[in-house]
Design a protein around this ligand. Structure first.
Ligand SMILES: O=C(O)CCC(=O)C(=O)O
Ligand SMILES: [Mn+2]
Length: 213
């Protein structure tokens, strides 16, 4: 499936938000409909969530959310300093994966699941640009549960440029240039008491071990 095909299919559905420098995002709401609520509860209860620790300025801290790596059996992804190996896709994700592929023409081989237990759980500024994602990664980010603000800023700048409230059952699609020229974050929102689950579908082009040598 070529990138041009992907763009034309999405473009015929709804126009992208142009961030600049060819960075484009699409936001599709109500992707699955009523079944999204069941999926939310099933994934919250059944995924093998972990809370890895990361080193920050020489001290070890738990990441401020729960995470789980999913994907085709054997596909590995490196985060929080550890290599995680996927053991196959959980059955309840099949309809979502079909919907994502029907919409985009893309068939990601992995997904990082994040569970934000409430508004105190966060993700800091970063880009999804690890070498194993290849030079031009599309990121397909599906949301369940509480609405949270997704923030973007130009890479290298401090001022936030966009804030997108991502609601239950929405899919945010980011073109490769978004990872090149922008970084994103999910800031703390103390007023949010409910949990939110996010799945970022990605395509791993090379095993992490091959690249890290
Ligand atoms: O939870 C989100 O919306 C963002 C997740 C994210 O940026 C990631 O998993 O890399
Ligand atoms: Mn990210």
């Amino acid at each position: 499936m070529t990138v041009n095909h992907t763009l034309s299919r999405l473009d015929s559905l709804l126009p992208p938000l142009e961030l600049g420098r060819g960075a484009r995002i699409w936001l599709i709401e109500r992707l699955l409909g009523p079944s999204a609520l069941d999926l939310f509860h099933t994934l919250c209860n059944e995924l093998p969530w972990e809370q890895p620790r990361v080193q920050v300025f020489g001290r070890s801290h738990p990441v401020p959310r729960l995470v789980c790596w999913l994907g085709d059996t054997g596909v590995t992804y490196r985060y929080s300093g550890l290599t995680h190996r996927a053991g196959g896709w959980p059955d309840p994700l099949a309809p979502l994966r079909r919907a994502v592929t029907a919409l985009t023409g893309l068939t990601p081989n992995g997904a990082l699941a994040n569970l934000y237990r409430d508004g105190d759980d966060t993700m800091g500024w970063h880009r999804d640009n690890e070498p194993e994602l290849g030079p031009a990664p599309w990121i397909l980010s599906y949301n369940l549960g509480a609405t949270r603000d997704f923030c973007l800023r130009r890479y290298g700048e401090h001022r936030q440029s966009h804030r997108l409230p991502l609601s239950h059952d929405s899919l945010l699609i980011m073109s490769p240039q978004v990872q090149r020229y922008y970084e994103h974050a999910l800031p703390r929102r103390r007023r949010v008491r409910e949990s939110r689950l996010n799945l970022t579908f990605r395509h791993i082009v090379t095993a992490a071990a091959d690249l890290s040598g």
